[in-house]
Structure formats: C-alpha cells, structure tokens
Write a protein that binds this ligand. Structure first.
Ligand code: IMP
Ligand code: MG
Length: 193
C-alpha cells in the first residue's frame, strides 16, 4: 500500500492505474546502484550524462549516492513518434556542453522500451571517443527491445506497459509522482497523438 503521506491528490488521479514501483523501492534500488557506481568508478574520471527530461529525478537521487568526485552533463533528444511509441528516428535537441574524449561516461536514462533511443545515443557518443561508455537505466521493459543493448546498471525490469511518475511523463504530466505507475489504457487510447 502506498503511504498516505505521498501526494494523496495526485494518487487519486483517475488516469493512474496501478502502482508498479513504490517510493521506498525506488529509494533502495537507487542507493544500491549509487554504491555500485562508487565502487566501480573509484579511480576514474566519471561523467554522468542525463537524458532530459525523464532521467532528471533518477539522476539527482543517484548522484547523491555516488561518493566519488563526478560531473554531470545533459542531452535532450526527441524521437519522432506518438506520445506513447518511439519511432527510432532520433533528433538531438540539446547536445552536451562538455567534450567526452578520454572520459568515463555513464549515460543515465529513465526507461528503455524499444531501445532505439539508447542505441542511437550510444552510437553517437561512441564516435566522440570516450574512455568508456556505459548505461545506467532506471527501468527496462521486458520483451519489447528491438536492438541488443548492454545495460550495465539497471534498477527495475517492468512489463511492457506505459508508465508514468518519478520523472516519466505522459504529455509532460505526471513526472512529479513519487512512484512509478501505469496509466489507464483508455487515457492514451483516446488521446490524439
Ligand atoms: P525507446 O527508444 O523505445 O527505448 O524509448 C525510450 C524513450 O521513450 C524513453 O527515454 C522515454 O522518454 C520514452 N518512454 C518509453 N516508454 C515510456 C513509458 O512507459 N513512459 C514514459 N515514457 C516512455
Ligand atoms: Mg527519455
């Protein structure tokens, strides 16, 4: 059960279906991942690359559990497609501020669905010759990946349903939910996308 202190008004939103990941589970897993990154990058020059906007919440929490010097930069990409499906055609809306040559880069992404966005990002960043390039994803949807991807750090695997909360949006809404939950299918079925 979700604790009553968590945004009771948002929780009652009739568009939200079921809660898939509770706030406490998010906290615990993010802490563990932070500890893992701390240990594995102990003597390396770590640059976290957050993918805007969905990964912002995850990245901010993760970074507080990384206890080695590190830096952060952001990219914004948009994949052409409807609000709930990505097409694989990716456009860079905001590029990194920093050069990544010879640096240890960790991409921080909210969710891997088809994997097409991440696959494009990896290909793009690899051409800039980082010392290493790995991925830390909050969630991965099972059985829907269209390209093979090596995701080194992953917090949760979820069923292939559309989810919102903890940074993830539907039409820019619901990012502020403290949990990850499903959206009732009729919400996006009826939407004009
Ligand atoms: P992919 O290219 O199909 O892997 O989709 C990746 C991007 O689509 C993610 O970075 C999200 O921004 C968005 N996305 C995929 N699934 C969801 C979801 O269930 N909720 C919200 N955004 C999603
Ligand atoms: Mg995203």
């Amino acid at each position: 059960m979700l604790h009553a202190a968590y945004s009771p008004r948002l929780m009652r939103d009739p568009k939200i279906g079921e809660i898939l990941v509770q706030p406490d589970d998010l906290k615990q897993r993010v802490r563990t991942l932070g500890e893992q990154v701390t240990a594995e990058y102990a003597d390396r020059d770590l640059l976290l690359v957050g993918v805007l906007k969905g990964a912002v919440f995850f990245l901010a929490d993760l970074m507080r559990h990384i206890e080695i010097p590190c830096e952060v930069d952001f990219m914004a990409v948009s994949s052409y497609g409807s609000a709930t499906d990505s097409s694989g055609v990716v456009r860079i809306l905001k590029d990194l501020d920093t050069a990544i040559e010879d640096r240890h880069v960790l991409i921080v992404e909210d969710i891997v669905d088809s994997g097409l966005t991440l696959s494009y990002l990896l290909k793009n960043l690899r051409t800039r010759r980082p010392a290493s390039l790995e991925v830390c994803a909050l969630m991965q949807k099972l059985d829907v990946q269209q390209v093979p991807l090596d995701i080194k750090y992953k917090a949760f695997e979820i069923p292939p349903v559309f989810v919102v909360g903890y940074g993830l949006d539907y039409g820019e809404r619901f990012r502020n939910l403290p949990f990850v939950g499903t959206l009732k299918p009729e919400v996006y079925r009826d939407a004009v996308t």
